[in-house]
Design a protein around this ligand. Structure first.
Ligand SMILES: [Zn+2]
Ligand SMILES: [Zn+2]
Length: 273
């Protein structure tokens, strides 16, 4: 039923598929719109996980070219996924996604939330004395501050910190609730759209999309809107687990969802039928 994806990577950074291949896949699936959101330039912290300074222009030109070429067949939007550590401002884009993938501290040390679990565990042990409740609070506090500053079009994988916990069981997922809710209350003042992200289900064996049902229910109670994304890194998985996202929306009580528009408006609403 969902025929759009606002969170799509390409082969400029860590995606497997060239952008054109994903556009062709979207057409086959009968998509009405498609948004590209390559990882933005992030010098200093895992710089290879973001666009190089030189490739920013090249990427934007390629997607703009596809946008023109496929006009009338599918509406393509030009965006970036901007981590809170990136200096990218979003200038010249149609939209952007606000994300948080790292713990950072003043002396330049950092750890990827969704990277090597041993490195993350060791960071939490050193920086937070192994106290995951403190680490979780810090993750959400940092993320909320970033959304307040960035004011993105949409919020990415809200509780990405669950990713490695699925195998390691560092904390009980209930530990996410209070700090997660506090972050949502701050974020919604600056951005009222959050993605239901199935990328973790498709790529790393998560049992449910980000965010959890309880957090999603809370987001709805605040008046928050949702859109569905596969965080696509491979064109064959462009609509991966969209059925699960649909189920989650219904369970959370949503009757409608947001998609990237088909014409001039960036965002449009669809009824959940
Ligand atoms: Zn991400
Ligand atoms: Zn992504």
């Amino acid at each position: 039923m969902i025929r759009s994806n606002p969170h799509t990577h390409s082969d400029y950074v860590d995606g497997k598929s060239p952008a054109r291949e994903t556009v062709e896949r979207a057409l086959k699936l009968g998509f009405e719109s498609l948004g590209f959101s390559e990882h933005a330039y992030q010098p200093g912290i895992d710089s290879f996980c973001g666009l190089s300074f030189e490739n920013r222009e090249k990427y934007l030109n390629e997607i703009r070219g596809l946008q023109r070429e496929y006009a009338g067949k599918i509406r393509i939007w030009v965006g970036l996924e901007i981590d809170r550590v990136s200096p990218e401002t979003g200038e010249g884009l149609d939209y952007f996604i606000g994300a948080s993938h790292y713990f950072t501290d003043e002396d330049g040390r950092y750890a990827a939330i969704d990277g090597d679990p041993d490195a993350l565990e060791s960071y939490v042990s050193t920086r937070f004395g192994g106290d995951w409740n403190r680490a979780i609070k810090r993750y959400f506090d940092d993320y909320a501050a970033a959304i307040e500053r960035q004011k993105p079009t949409l919020i990415a994988h809200f509780d990405l910190i669950r990713k490695n916990n699925t195998k390691r069981h560092w904390f009980d997922e209930d530990a996410l609730l209070e700090p997660g809710k506090a972050a949502m209350r701050r974020m919604i003042a600056c951005c009222d759209l959050m993605e239901i992200n199935t990328g973790g289900m498709v790529r790393s064996g998560q049992l449910s999309p980000y965010p959890t049902l309880d957090l999603l229910k809370y987001w709805r109670s605040l008046g928050g809107k949702v859109t569905v994304s596969s965080d696509c890194h491979n064109s064959l998985l462009l609509d991966g687990a969209f059925g699960e996202a649909e189920k989650l929306m219904r369970l959370a009580g949503y009757g409608e969802y947001t998609v990237l528009g088909t014409g001039e408006s960036l965002l449009e609403t669809r009824r959940l039928v």
